[in-house]
Design a protein around this ligand. Structure first.
Ligand SMILES: O=P(O)(O)OC[C@H]1O[C@H](O[C@H]2O[C@H](CO)[C@@H](O)[C@H](O)[C@H]2O)[C@H](O)[C@@H](O)[C@@H]1O
Length: 251
């Protein structure tokens, strides 16, 4: 990297900094991540975590992240922002509690077992990873959840055995584009693992900046690996890459 002081390093959380586990509440950041991010942030313009999770959840699943110098967390696909200990968030949309209230009946009528609802405040995620046939359950849910989202002014965000109902008007691409402009970035890297990260890959490409897109590879998602400049082996591979970056970068 020729100009690390101008580089924004963007990273997704689940599947990238945090290994995928069956229970979303049991996820934990890779133990090496906070320290390596702290070392990296001293060498680049900014490190930003761009995630579908609320920033406060990322901080609780990622002990040590609050101490990473200058770290910014853009949560809920960019609707919420945590920086220097401060959280900024617009009021939550009314459609989310309305949609969530309809979910138990919908799931019962579809006869699905092992499907778990994650209340995220500004969004609600429906997980099938722990159902007997996760892929089939996801397909069964797709159309009914799309209709439920539309009735409540929401959109469906698909992910790794999850369909999330969330407000429209923001995605990781838009959030990253705004952030690159805000920081007057001179180069950009984004690391992600899931479909929601494709928009951030595109944001790196359309920025016109020197950039690199990295896929935290898995057997569950192929679309990202096909579009990435570089594919690494899951969160362990991401940590190895970040360590190499820290070693390579002199500011
Ligand atoms: O944008 P991200 O940081 O990647 O967040 C996307 C979703 O991640 C979480 O779900 C995923 O990780 C879980 C824990 O490893 C896993 O059980 C689940 O199957 C994955 O889809 C999170 O629970 C969602 O709310 C996020 O939107």
């Amino acid at each position: 990297m020729n100009d690390p002081a101008g580089a924004v390093i963007g990273l997704d959380f689940d599947g990238t900094l945090s290994p995928i586990v069956p229970d979303p509440a049991a996820a934990r950041i890779h133990p090496a991540a906070p320290e390596i991010l702290a070392r990296l942030s001293e060498r680049v313009l900014c490190v930003v975590i761009l995630t579908g999770r609320p920033p406060e959840t990322v901080l609780s699943l990622g002990p040590g992240l609050a101490e990473v110098p200058g770290l910014v967390i853009l949560g809920h696909y960019g609707f919420e922002r945590w920086e220097s200990g401060q959280l900024s968030a617009p009021p939550p949309p009314a459609g989310v509690p309305r949609a969530e209230a309809e979910l138990p009946l919908l799931l019962r009528d579809l006869g699905l077992s092992g499907v778990v609802v994650e209340d995220k405040g500004r969004a609600v995620a429906v997980h099938t990873r722990r159902s007997p046939d996760p892929a089939k359950a996801l397909e069964t849910l797709r159309a009914p959840l799309r209709a439920l989202a539309e009735r409540n002014g929401l959109v469906v965000e698909p992910g790794r055995y999850v369909l999330e109902l969330r407000p429209p008007g923001m995605d990781k691409g838009h959030a990253l584009s705004l952030f690159l402009a805000e920081r007057a970035a001179r180069s950009a890297m984004f690391v992600g693992d899931d479909l929601g990260d494709l928009a951030a890959f595109e944001a790196v490409r359309v920025s016109g900046l020197p950039g690199v897109t990295v896929c935290s590879g898995s057997s569950e998602v192929s679309a990202l690996a096909e579009r990435a400049d570089l594919v690494v082996d899951g969160p362990d591979g991401v940590i190895t890459l970040l360590k190499e970056l820290v070693s390579a970068v002199r500011r």
